[in-house]
Design a binder for this molecule. Structure first.
Ligand code: M6R
Length: 608
């Protein structure tokens, strides 16, 4: 979703802002802009469409100044035009702001400003913040404190004023903001990806914080102006991991990073002799868990698919009942949650608005709050008391890949950890832990398969308008995930279904050449899946299956096998998703689409 970067330092602001915006592109956007204070005046450049349009303008209109703000906008209020792009300024041109989030009292504020004679130049809620700040008096920090009570909704805002060429003010309620403390420079951004190339010393702002960044240092106050202390943290992210590293797309690079990401995640949570899981110190302590009688998993999108697999892991290994909810539904359905419930928010970014709200709702009801998250220090990370970090590193491609497989690994580790806490461990645990350590090798074998193997699959899928992905048991969520990957980056319609449901409706879709992609590795219900496949085959479906190469009963039946090495049933979902990620990738490349930044999508969905 929208991206923010602010800079106060000794270098020219424009190149730093453009570099930051480039690094934020992955979040998804449809226009971009920047503002700098140049000779006591605010100079604004904005452009609809890709960042290259803004870069072109910056090239044609060179701006100097060492203080500036930049933004990539994902349209909410108003079309993605140049007028609606950020930064937005007030009518007198005194203040400029960039904003992530949504003002819920937009209509009322807009009406009042228009009634009071303030001319508005855009359809955005962001401009209203600039106008309100412009009508106040005093320092920028004082203006912000006076305007804050009038803002309802979610916002992360960075403001500058032509009257204070040495100050940025950043404030948040909802979407994240992080401040980077560099050598003779301070940055502020919506996520650390935009900062790590310049500094790793960061301060995460919390809701209600107002940060005044000046050449004298950083001062943070609460909404009443009272000073608050925030810890300076040092990030362990390697900036190189947020580059493409020779791959054509971030998505392809991230697919190939999965063996290492899994290795790192597994090794981070094993005991010293690597025979079992050690979750000590992560907030999953026995005394906290003693009263837990049920588990709720809340998540969105791909992370929700991980939760569906997690239900199998957790129920089988801990014998506790598990419910899985879309976070956007959970928060409004009055769930039966209390002190006996462990609620785990699963989220790559740690900033998904619905997942955070669901976690907060559960926290208020007294649940033990956990998170499986890929960003240390994110909002989910701070909200939870029990926390497991997926060691996937920065995920830039909008279509989630390595975050998903590490979430599955993390869920299995949590299930094993809880099982040990409940005194249920036996020889099976040791076998699963050993198999997990071998899994990266099996995944490397999948990644080594020649891309030509996907050719037939690409042809079958692109020849049709729709396709169905089928699976059973733990492989049904993988069918959902395969269909989501295809939809997201190829814009072709696809649905995931439990294979046993075909006869209850979807089989009506099948006709000559209709692509059906089956996740058909060796779980106990594979024979039943094969029966379902015969039914669609006899009606003309074109069949692609993810299966073990040696599974003759599968290869006899289908047009194309995307092979995976044999692994134990529990690990099959983690492996079987990889050929589906690659299939979606090759389809999107064949169609010439923007793999890493698909239309309309945002990497981090920070509004409801
Ligand atoms: O950061 P999160 O895991 O909370 O994000 C949840 C979804 O927005 C995300 O998984 C989305 O579905 C991806 N685009 C999937 O590829």
């Amino acid at each position: 979703m929208c991206g923010i970067i602010g800079y106060l330092g000794t270098h020219g602001a424009v190149p730093v802002l453009l570099d930051g915006l480039r690094r934020l592109e992955y979040r998804g956007y449809d226009s971009a802009g920047l503002a700098v204070v140049d000779e006591d005046d605010i100079r604004v450049l904005r452009a609809a469409g890709k960042l290259s349009n803004l870069e072109e303008k910056a090239w044609q209109t060179p701006l100097s100044g060492t203080l500036g703000i930049g933004h990539t906008r994902w349209a909410t209020h108003g079309a993605p035009t140049e007028e609606n792009a950020h930064p937005q300024t007030d009518a007198s041109g005194t203040v400029a702001v960039v904003h992530n989030g949504i003002l819920e009292n937009y209509s009322r504020l807009r009406h009042k400003l228009l009634e009071g004679g303030t001319p508005l130049g855009s359809d955005t809620d962001t401009e209203l913040i600039a106008q309100l700040l412009g009508r106040e008096t005093g320092s920028l920090g004082e203006r912000v404190l006076r305007v804050l009570p009038r803002l309802d909704g979610q916002y992360a805002v960075v403001a500058l004023s032509r009257e204070e060429p040495d100050t940025l003010v950043a404030f948040r309620n909802g979407p994240p903001l992080v401040i980077g403390l560099g050598e003779d420079e301070t940055l502020v951004a919506s996520d650390v990806t935009a900062l790590v190339a310049r500094t790793r010393r960061v301060v995460f702002l919390q809701n209600g914080d107002v940060a005044v960044i000046s050449r004298d240092g950083l001062r943070i106050v609460d909404p009443h102006g009272r000073p608050v202390e925030r810890e300076v943290e040092t990030l362990d992210w390697d900036p190189g991991r947020a580059e493409k590293g020779g791959y054509r797309h971030f998505m392809l690079k991230e697919i190939h990073e999965q063996p290492d990401a899994i290795r790192n995640t597994v090794l981070s949570y094993l005991n010293a002799d690597r025979s079992g899981v050690a979750l000590d110190g992560l907030g999953f302590e026995p005394e906290r868990l003693a009263g837990v009688r049920r588990i709720h998993l809340v998540a969105c999108g791909t992370s929700w698919h991980a939760a569906l697999v997690g239900k199998f892991y957790l129920e089988e290994l801990t014998r506790l009942p598990v419910e899985v909810d879309y976070a956007s539904e959970y928060r409004y359905r009055a769930p039966l949650v209390g002190e006996d419930t462990l609620v785990i928010g699963i989220t790559q970014s740690g900033e998904t608005a619905d997942t955070l709200a669901a976690m907060e709702e559960a926290g208020e009801a007294g649940a033990l709050l956990g998170t499986i998250c890929n960003v240390r220090g994110s909002s989910a990370w701070r909200t939870a008391t029990a926390r497991l970090l997926t060691q996937a590193g920065p995920e830039i491609g909008v279509a989630s890949t390595k975050a998903f497989t590490t979430q599955l690994v993390a869920l299995l580790l949590v299930a094993l950890g809880l099982r040990a806490n409940r005194g249920l461990s036996d020889h099976r645990d040791t076998e699963i832990v050993a198999a997990l350590q071998r899994l990266p090798l099996a995944m490397e074998a999948v990644l080594e398969i020649d891309s030509g193997r996907y050719r037939t699959g690409v042809e079958l899928i692109t020849a049709a308008d729709d396709s169905l992905f089928l699976g059973r048991g733990t492989l049904y969520p993988i069918a959902l995930e395969g269909a989501l990957k295809l939809k997201e980056i190829s814009y072709l319609h696809a649905e995931g279904y439990p294979a046993g449901e075909m006869k209850h409706g979807p089989i009506a879709l099948i006709q000559e050449g209709f692509p059906v992609i089956a996740v058909a590795t060796a779980i106990p219900t594979r024979d039943k899946l094969l029966g379902n496949l015969m039914e669609v085959r006899s009606r003309g479906a074109a069949l692609i299956a993810v299966a073990e190469e040696e599974a003759a009963e599968v290869s006899r039946l289908v047009d194309l096998v995307l092979p995976v090495p044999p692994v134990s049933p529990m690990l099959q979902p983690i492996l079987a998703v990889v050929p589906l990620q690659l299939l979606a990738y090759h389809v999107a490349v064949e169609l010439g689409l923007d793999v890493d930044q698909p239309r309309n999508l945002a990497k981090s969905v920070t509004v409801e």
